[in-house]
Design a protein around this ligand. Structure first.
Ligand code: SF4
Length: 340
């Protein structure tokens, strides 16, 4: 264990990427970065991280912001549930804890939206607590280093991976150690084609010794995403504004704004005259593949009540589209109708 830690820490000190959240010990900034990095690439996150912290520089600013403002700042980053949970967590920290994030894993886990991974990350990186963490990168590295045959997402595989991470975390430099494991997974021990020749722990790796580095981790095959066919209406009024609907509070796009849409064959939530098909958009989510027929209309009548999965509707000037929470798929639909 000691040899593994020393090699990893030495390698990390020399080879780590210079990332903005590695220049701070502010627990709030680290929390924001960790939430953004879940399921999202580093290069995508960097500009969002800077903009988000400029707009909500501390937990009080985030807690006091409206849900619309938070979703607008998250717009395009995907997995919008993360933003809603972060917002809810910030409100809890600001109102119940005086604005200070707890410095223990147990305390952090009591904050709404903070799970085991994020608690481990904040505790170890911001507070030097010897807490383990396991994300996709760490699970892959540990599966190879210790030749774990179980799928890391299975109950048994996850339990084993977390137990190893816990035994392994450096008591003296837990934050650097956890980041080193994640960095190794992101840059060397990558999913396909691990670069064992440049790996600082190759001599200690069981998968490498047994010729299993391309076989591990063993993952169960994913189900292909389900196809969903939709029709979207991009309606403009006489002054060029676009009609958007705000989604209900549940589902993948909860509270986000979008051109009104419905499954093909179902009634549309808005009434239009002379709508014409102008294009088609496809967009893949984790479990669904959306095929959206885009129709453009001049004018539309939007209901004044909640309908078709929408809480409300509003006309938005083209220049203000950047100020509302729009998912990437909605931007694609608007672009297909010439509104970008
Ligand atoms: S030797 Fe290869 S498989 Fe083992 S940890 Fe290093 S990169 Fe991963």
């Amino acid at each position: 264990m000691a040899g593994l830690r020393a090699r990893l820490l030495g390698w990390f000190a020399e080879h780590q990427r210079d990332l903005p959240w590695r220049r701070t010990r502010d627990p709030y900034a680290i929390w924001v970065s960790e939430v953004m990095l879940q399921q999202t690439r580093v290069e995508t996150v960097v500009p969002y991280y800077h903009r988000f912290l400029a707009r909500f520089p501390d937990v009080h600013h985030l807690a006091d912001a409206s849900a619309d403002d938070v979703l607008a700042a998250w717009s395009g980053l995907g997995y919008y549930r993360r933003a809603r949970l972060l917002h809810r967590g910030a409100a809890h920290v600001a109102r119940e804890l005086g604005g200070d994030l707890p410095a223990t894993v147990q305390g952090l886990l009591a904050v709404p939206g903070i799970g085991r991974y994020t608690a481990g990350a904040i505790a170890s990186i911001a507070f030097d607590v010897a807490a383990p963490l396991v994300d996709g990168n760490v699970a892959r590295v540990l599966a190879r280093l210790f030749a774990i045959g179980d799928d890391p997402k299975s109950t048994a595989g996850a339990a084993r991976t977390w137990a190893i991470a816990e035994a392994l975390v450096s008591p003296r430099a837990p934050g650097a150690f956890n980041q080193a494991l994640m960095e190794l997974g992101a840059t060397v021990c990558v999913p396909r084609g691990p670069r064992c020749g440049g790996c600082p722990v190759a001599a200690l790796c069981r998968a490498r010794a047994e010729g299993l580095e391309h076989e591990l981790p063993r993952v169960s095959p994913k189900r292909p995403p389900r196809r969903v066919d939709l029709v979207a209406i991009v309606a403009r009024d006489a002054s060029g504004r676009v009609l958007l609907g705000q989604r209900d509070e549940s589902g993948t796009f909860a509270s986000m704004w979008e051109p009104p849409m419905a499954e093909r064959g179902a009634p549309l939530p808005v009434a239009t005259k002379g709508a014409r098909r102008v294009g088609e958009v496809t967009h893949v989510l984790s479990h669904r593949r959306l095929h959206i027929e885009v129709h453009a209309a001049e004018g539309a009548t939007a209901p004044r009540r909640a309908v078709g999965g929408y809480r409300r509707f509003r006309w938005v000037a083209m220049g203000d589209l950047g100020e509302v929470g729009l998912a990437t798929v909605s931007r694609k639909v608007l672009a297909a109708a010439g509104c970008d």
